[in-house]
Ligand binder design. Structure first.
Ligand code: EPZ
Length: 407
């Protein structure tokens, strides 16, 4: 199994260019199915989840042309299959977006039941609630989810829980459904807005993305487009935390400061100096790391995908912090690994009480999931001695050229 070997104790200094947003890319790539035309998607991150999405598209019959390392032309004119194979769709949880896109175009779609992952159970009841409200039938058997609809009709859907996946999947199914679809209690993340903007470039009629009500008027036909994906706020936040924990000075390029606001606010509270430019940000940390309270919430709250990285930094603060994980049931798996590096963290249900310590010492740890893996590498940057992080394939799912960018 591949691993990262980190020689800790050196502050991060310098410049880093942020790639396209993973959680936008994994929804926008399936969305090209709805165009039944040629789409050029730019600023795709070079990560395994993007490669898996492109592989599924070509398996379904799309023709893919690589224009550059981050730009692909995807022609779905002759796409003819509505079933994503088990092995491919099990590779990536976000393969559930192919259900909404295939249902929206063909009235039928099938993917493998998304594997649970290390954050706790990952139900998709809200996705299916949206599809059935628009007239689809769903069935789950032999580990596959099938959705079918003779005809999709717009509907007024109120989500029981705010879900990024269900919000985006419902949008994919609704853009060609007959009449008006109103989605309430939706996610407001930047990648939800990015998908809506991309669908509208294809000729869809989506309004309100980024607020808690999205209105979609079905259109008969969509067409191809050229679209550039927004920068990844979580990748950017992870490098900001790297500068914070090592007492460094880092400038991030190709970011949207507005998307970073919840993260910037907490890093400033923790004692960092953050300067915002049009499409760049500079973060410096000189003095001590101050303890802060964090509660993860749907956007514009503090993002759950930044919780491990922030918690790791607070483990070196000069005081006690409290981190509440309100989105996932089990997103503190990395704490056991972090304690082996000298951290003092007590987890009670979904709250972590973090007593700051002087320093971490290097240890051999393993990445329990994507963001926790990045957090352990970040801990290694600040640790005395050598840290080895195993199972780094998790990290490569969401961070392009992670070691190169850190170097
Ligand atoms: C997306 O997952 C992201 N993944 C996650 O990022 C991110 O942590 C999460 O949104 C929250 O921001 C992708 O976009 C591919 P949810 P998703 O549906 O859509 C419950 C990363 O590191 N729920 O917003 O699966 C669910 O159990 C990954 O990039 C239901 O109950 O998250 C969770 O407790 C990790 N029923 C809460 O809602 C449903 O039908 C939020 O989940 C759907 C979700």
């Amino acid at each position: 199994m591949e691993k990262f070997v980190i020689h800790g104790g050196k502050p991060l200094n310098g410049d880093v260019v942020i790639g396209g947003a993973k959680n936008a890319a994994v929804a926008i790539l399936p969305a090209t199915i709805l165009a039944a035309d040629k789409c050029t998607i730019e600023n795709l991150p070079c990560i395994s989840d993007v490669m898996a999405s492109l592989q599924i598209l070509s398996e379904l019959g799309a023709s893919i042309r690589m224009i550059s390392k981050s730009t692909y032309e995807i022609d779905t004119t002759h796409l003819n299959c509505t079933e994503v194979s088990n092995e491919l769709s099990r590779q990536m949880r976000a393969s559930y977006y192919f259900l909404g896109a295939l249902l929206g175009r063909f009235g039928a779609g099938q993917v493998a039941m998304p594997g649970g992952c290390n954050l706790g159970p990952r139900p998709i009841d809200q996705h299916l609630k949206a599809f059935t409200a628009m007239g689809a039938d769903d069935s789950v058997e032999y580990g596959m989810i099938r959705v079918r609809a003779e005809h999709l009709t717009g509907s007024h859907i109120f989500f029981d829980t705010v879900s990024v996946g269900a919000t985006m999947n419902a949008m994919l199914a609704a853009v060609k459904a007959e009449g008006l679809t109103i989605l309430e209690n939706v996610a407001r993340e930047p990648h939800v807005v990015d998908l809506a903007n991309c669908l509208n470039m294809m000729g869809a009629d989506v309004h309100g993305a980024g607020t808690d009500v999205i209105k979609i008027r079905g259109v008969k036909q969509l067409h191809g487009c050229s679209y550039s994906i927004i920068p990844d706020q979580i990748e950017a936040g992870s490098y900001m935390v790297g500068a914070a924990i090592t007492g460094g000075d880092v400038t991030l390029h190709n970011v949207i400061p507005k998307h970073m606001e919840p993260i910037t606010a907490k890093l400033r509270a923790a004692g960092c100096e953050v300067t915002e430019y049009d499409d760049a940000m500079r973060i410096v940390r000189h003095g001590a790391i101050h303890p802060v309270k964090i509660k993860t919430m749907p956007h514009p709250g503090f993002p759950t995908d930044m919780q491990p990285q922030m918690a790791v930094t607070l483990a070196l603060a000069n005081g006690t912090s409290m981190v509440t994980e309100s989105i996932f049931e089990n997103r503190f798996k990395y704490v056991d690994e972090l304690t082996r590096m000298g951290a003092q963290v007590k987890v009670e249900s979904n709250i972590a009480i973090i007593t700051g310590v002087e320093k971490f010492t290097g240890a051999r740890v393993s990445a329990p999931d994507l963001r926790a893996g990045a957090a352990l590498v970040i801990a290694g940057l600040a640790a005395e001695g050598i840290t080895i992080v195993d199972d780094i394939y998790y990290i490569e799912r969401g961070y392009e050229h992670f070691e190169k960018k850190l170097a």
